[in-house]
Design a protein around this ligand. Structure first.
Ligand code: NAP
Length: 320
């Protein structure tokens, strides 16, 4: 495994982080047993993954806590989150942090994030809720303060564009992929300047793990005039990323593209499949894609916004 600093937090994190949410939720999403989900976490940790991301909304905090008990707590970096709305108060923050710690069975979490903060709710989070989270941090129950965007509702990344300029955010979780490259110019230069840690989500999701769905997305982009129709003329429009000097698969390419973008600290991968844990860690540790492929990805898709940011749950694929 490779490790790097998470912004200026002082934490050292694995470049591959296990996402315990998304569609898979460690396998809970398709009915796996708690023991099987714990085994997914342990498989990742045994491969050197030390960053684990969970959330109240995922229903996986107990699983992460159970898996964590087999390891030295200091060797793991555990991040959780909770969703707040604009009627919530400082008291709600304290209560939700305590509830997460209880479910995890831990004395502290390394990062506590405000989860999926919309641009309209941002000021309430910054002015009313964040001071409460900072007080909880002073008590040692939370080591660092984080904020995550609500990608499907904020494809322009308006929440983050503000958050990366302001206190008290130390870590941020954002969507980035080879077809959703906005953060490359808009977010990463500033997070690097400010020393804010970056955790990537939506690196693969459905678009790079489901070929039929990907075809539908490309067809829609052609229909909208975002891509030229010729892109659909010769099999999978992303086939050029695979092969000589390229990747082993489209999923492999998606993880490697994200991992080697300047300013990225942790690439989160979500899965309920042990074999995928291993292949995703392998992908994230492989070298960058060939420069010619990266240039083509930038030239072909650099103008797109919000592609591949589907909500959790099964995606619909057109009958063809
Ligand atoms: N803050 C937020 O609002 C937010 C939103 C989204 C995600 N997140 C975080 O980011 C994490 C990662 O996002 P994500 O869960 O959407 O994960 P992801 O890594 O982008 O994609 C996961 C999807 O790809 C499949 N997959 C994974 N590895 C594969 C492989 N090697 N080959 C083929 N298919 C593969 C998974 O299914 P299998 O189970 O079959 O592997 C799953 O359907 C989440 O778990 C969560 O921690 C946060």
């Amino acid at each position: 495994m490779e490790y790097r600093p998470l912004g200026k937090t002082g934490l050292t994190v694995s470049v591959a982080g296990l996402g315990c949410g998304g569609n898979s939720r460690l396998g809970l999403g398709r009915g796996a047993s708690v023991d099987d989900c714990v085994a997914i976490v342990r498989t990742a940790v045994d491969l050197g993954v030390n960053f684990l991301d969970t959330a109240e909304a995922y229903g996986t905090e107990e699983i992460v806590g159970a898996a964590a008990r087999s390891y030295d707590r200091d060797k793991l970096v555990i991040s959780t989150k909770a969703i707040f709305n604009t009627s919530d108060t400082a008291e709600t923050v304290t209560r939700k942090v305590e509830a997460s710690l209880k479910r995890l069975g831990l004395d502290y979490v390394d990062v506590f994030h405000f989860h999926a903060v919309s641009p309209a709710a941002y000021e309430h989070h910054r002015d009313v809720l964040a001071p409460a989270l900072v007080r909880v941090k002073e008590q040692g129950k939370v080591r660092h303060v984080g904020i995550t965007e609500t990608s499907p509702n904020d494809p322009e990344q308006k929440t983050l564009a503000r958050a990366i300029q302001e206190a008290p955010w130390e870590v941020t979780m954002l969507a980035y992929s080879l077809m959703n490259q906005g953060a490359r110019h808009k977010i990463f230069p500033e997070t690097q300047r400010q020393g804010i840690g970056t955790l990537l989500m939506f690196v693969v999701r459905n678009i790079f793990s489901n070929a039929a769905y990907r075809h539908d997305i490309f067809a829609k982009l052609v229909e909208q005039g975002e891509l030229d129709a010729s892109i659909l003329s010769d099999g999978d429009p992303l086939a050029f990323v695979v092969g000589e000097g390229g990747a082993e698969s489209i999923t492999d390419a998606a993880y490697r593209y994200a991992r080697h973008t300047q300013g990225v600290d942790v690439v989160l991968f979500g899965t309920g499949n042990k074999a995928h844990v291993k292949s995703n860690v392998d992908s994230i540790l492989r070298p960058p894609l060939a420069p010619t492929i990266v240039e083509r990805l930038h030239a072909s898709f650099g103008h797109l916004k919000g592609v591949g940011l589907d909500r959790p749950g099964p995606v619909k694929v057109a009958n063809r």
